[in-house]
Write a new protein. Structure first.
Length: 394
């Protein structure tokens, strides 16, 4: 397991913080120079060979080049996934209509796809290895001193740190040799990275499916609902001016509320947790839904929710599964009838058999049923000897 904890650097003097800000500005400029060059290269190199004019040290230039390669690789991967989804949608449409046979006969790898998403470095993080920093314990009113060196231009910074409750949780963990410097709205932090072996626990088989939503953040297949205040918080956020102090406070409140909701789940007795596969749910919504709905989706923070759940599953040795979310909110779990008219707001009522339930709880039951169907098909192919008690992310 890998976790991180950030400590503020705001206890440093203004002179040190201004110097650190200058380093961030120059580092951002160098990384973007590398990104612009590599974005035009079809096959990316493993190591940085380009040279740029800068006062940064050769070591820090290597880090900048490595970070630029990671940015370009990540952007291309995301771009490919988006194009693959679009290709599948168009392919299925033409296949059903029996049209464009030349297109259908080609594989996706045979179609020339130019990368359209332009990568850019926002200058918020600097990844450092053990050559650039050391962490020393302090005997005065501060808990630690971090020493930054080998930056270039004869810069060496000694920055004070104060420990806090979250970072103390990792006292028994192994601290890795790398760290991250963070800059956000003129405030600086250092992010320490910790590692620990994933525990292996023997548990009785108990499954739980969760439907993630905006009206209710977590609707569980056991009938429990958590996070009924999320939509109200998002609406309050949308009424505030972006980048204002009140906006940032409300956004932080939403993040803390999502983490609190995840902590209300009891992972200690679970063996399997099932979620919907909702990646890229916001893409392509501009022409389909109104502006208000798009704002709700934007501030839903689905990525934060999934990350928090994945971390809890890893810590408690719970297998995490994802299923196709198609028609889970329109399907009747009793008769299997699928119809858009089955759901009206938060109420689900089957027009065929008359079954009635909360719409979100009904969706969670359908997610669990779909997992059982897919798992039964998989068990016919995969022998029992391949099953493991270790955590498996699918």
């Amino acid at each position: 397991m890998i976790r991180s904890s950030s400590l503020t650097l705001q206890f440093s003097t203004d002179k040190k913080l201004n110097t650190l800000n200058t380093v961030f500005d120059e580092y951002t400029r160098v990384v973007n120079l590398y990104v612009d060059e590599y974005a035009q290269t079809r096959i990316l190199p493993k190591f940085t060979l380009l040279k740029v004019t800068t006062w940064l040290s050769a070591r820090l230039q290597q880090c900048a080049g490595k970070q630029a390669l990671e940015i370009v690789n990540s952007t291309r991967k995301k771009d490919f996934q988006i194009r693959q989804r679009r290709y599948k949608k168009v392919y299925k449409y033409f296949l059903n209509k029996n049209r464009q046979l030349k297109f259908i006969s080609k594989k996706m790898s045979e179609i020339r796809l130019n990368y359209k998403i332009k990568p850019r470095f926002d200058g918020k993080t600097i990844n450092l290895d053990t050559r650039f920093w050391t962490l020393n314990k302090s005997e005065n009113r501060f808990d630690f001193w971090v020493v930054l060196s080998s930056i270039g231009n004869k810069i060496k910074l000694c920055l004070p740190l104060k420990n806090h409750k979250h970072n103390k949780k990792f006292n028994s963990w192994k601290r890795l040799s790398s760290c991250r410097l963070l800059r956000n709205n003129g405030k600086f932090k250092i992010e320490l990275i910790y590692e620990k072996e994933t525990p292996v626990l023997q548990k009785e088989k108990k499954e739980l499916a969760i439907d993630a939503g905006i009206n209710c953040l977590l609707s569980c297949s056991d009938g429990k609902q958590i996070g009924l205040e999320l939509k109200q918080l998002i609406n309050e956020l949308n009424n505030k001016q972006q980048k204002s102090h009140s906006y940032d406070r409300k956004l932080s409140q939403i993040h803390n509320y999502i983490r609190w909701c995840v902590n209300q789940l009891d992972f200690s007795f679970l063996s399997d947790l099932i979620l919907e596969k909702l990646k890229y749910i916001q893409i392509g919504t501009k022409s389909k839904v109104n502006k208000t709905t798009r704002k709700l989706l934007k501030n839903w923070n689905l990525g934060l929710l999934h990350t928090a759940i994945e971390q809890k599953c890893e810590e408690n040795c719970v297998r995490l599964h994802y299923v196709n979310p198609k028609y889970t909110s329109r399907t009747c779990p009793m008769c299997g009838h699928i119809d858009k008219r089955n759901r009206e707001g938060t109420v689900f009522k089957c027009i065929k058999c008359g079954f009635e339930d909360n719409a979100d709880l009904n969706a969670s039951k359908n997610i669990l049923n779909r997992f059982h169907q897919e798992n039964s098909l998989l068990s016919d192919i995969v022998p029992d000897s391949t099953k493991t008690n270790f955590i498996v992310f699918q």
